[in-house]
Ligand binder design. Structure first.
Ligand code: PLP
Length: 365
């Protein structure tokens, strides 16, 4: 069988796909597929309610936080966040901690609607997170924004930034439900589903109640958190099938032992890969500082420091012959990228590490 290390849309647990297949033509004896159910039917209401309740259980979401299931992806939230939250303070300024391409894109989008303060200096290469003592945080900012895991560069925060009371907004598209979290530290959390929690099409937003209701007048209605909260994410037709798949993934995570178990596995899997890289005497190189290495996306170059592209191509070809797929680095950084989301097992990671070792032994000069 193929082992899929895709950065997203990514591997789903086999049991989730099998269950979806089993229920495909006749969901819960309704005689129809989930895709064909009205979003206002009692069957779909049960799906969305159970999905939310299971997420609340998994993340210990406090009662003063609301959960939304929206469309538009992570990129939609790059716009929705400033449109809803810039006016929390009269200056309509937001702080952005840019540590990779995704937070850079979010900051660029926010500039359309208000003033953006870059908390850390612009860099050419994203391989590090400067010490918080050096950050230029604005106490008058409406919010502070960051990306918890930069999927392309593999920069992951190992801590939650301190903002002295300014609401903290986070993009967790590629690491939600992979580490334990104190939700009360955040103003809002958002995440596209297609990496750790389902298939593309649905975007999760978890937001503290008191931040809702301040949208700019130009905010499109489907992105207005107040409207969506008031309608339990059913102001318009939500991505029903993607919500159903997300619900199956939440049940799977609960059955596995919840977030602590996902976190334990993420540490095991990523440590295996980093140990392989670090013990390769420079054959494999991970450009990141150790303090911000992602457990989800491991960027690797063969042949430091710029990468030996011919060798990397050979690696990808041979990996594919061995049914290890989607290991190519993002086009903007090159090299390899090993994505280790929740559905990738420890055993599958072992297969990859063994392949890396064999490849190295074969080609090391
Ligand atoms: N944020 C992060 C961290 C991502 O990895 C991605 C996509 O890969 C996005 C945002 C953009 O998400 P979408 O493609 O759902 O708009």
């Amino acid at each position: 069988p193929v082992i899929n290390f895709s950065p997203g849309p990514a591997k789903l647990p086999e049991s989730v796909l099998e269950r979806a297949q089993k229920e495909m033509l006749n969901f819960n004896n309704t005689g129809v597929s989930v895709m064909e159910l009205s979003h206002r039917s009692s069957d779909f209401t049960r799906i969305i309610t159970t999905t939310e309740n299971n997420l609340r259980k998994l993340l210990n979401i406090p009662d003063n936080y609301r959960v939304l299931f929206l469309q538009g992806g992570g990129t939609g939230q790059f716009s929705a966040i400033p449109l809803n939250l810039l006016s929390l303070k009269p200056g309509q300024t937001a702080d952005y901690i840019v540590t990779g391409s995704w937070s850079a894109k979010a900051a660029q989008e926010a500039e359309k609607f208000g003033k953006v303060n870059l908390v850390i200096p612009k860099v050419k290469k994203y391989t590090d997170i400067p010490e918080p003592e050096t950050w230029n945080l604005n106490p008058e900012a409406s919010y502070v924004y960051y990306c918890a895991n930069e999927t392309i560069h593999g920069v992951e925060f190992q801590y939650i930034p301190e903002t002295n009371g300014v609401p903290l907004i986070v993009d967790m598209s590629s690491n939600i439900l992979t580490r334990q979290l104190d939700i009360s530290k955040f103003g809002a959390i958002f995440a596209g589903a297609q990496k750790n929690i389902g298939c593309a099409g649905v975007t999760l937003v978890i937001i503290r109640e008191d931040l809702i209701g301040k949208a700019l007048p130009i905010c499109p209605i489907i992105f207005d958190f107040k409207v969506q909260v008031g309608n339990n994410s059913l102001y318009n037709t939500p991505p029903t099938y993607s919500i159903y798949i997300m619900g199956l993934v939440f049940e799977w995570i609960l059955a596995q032992g919840g977030v602590p178990e996902m976190e334990k596995k993420a540490i095991t899997k990523s440590t295996m890969v980093y140990d392989m890289v670090d013990s390769s005497n420079g054959f494999y190189v991970c450009p990141l500082s150790k303090g911000c290495r992602s457990r989800m996306n491991v960027p690797v170059r063969i042949g430091a420091p710029e990468g030996d592209e011919a060798m990397e191509k050979k690696f990808l070809e041979e990996a594919e012959k061995n049914k290890l797929i989607s290991l190519k680095g993002h086009r903007s950084v090159g090299g390899l990228r090993i994505s280790l989301y929740n559905a990738v097992t420890v055993e599958e990671t072992q297969v990859l590490v063994k392949f890396m070792k064999e490849f190295m032994d074969r080609y090391r000069k």
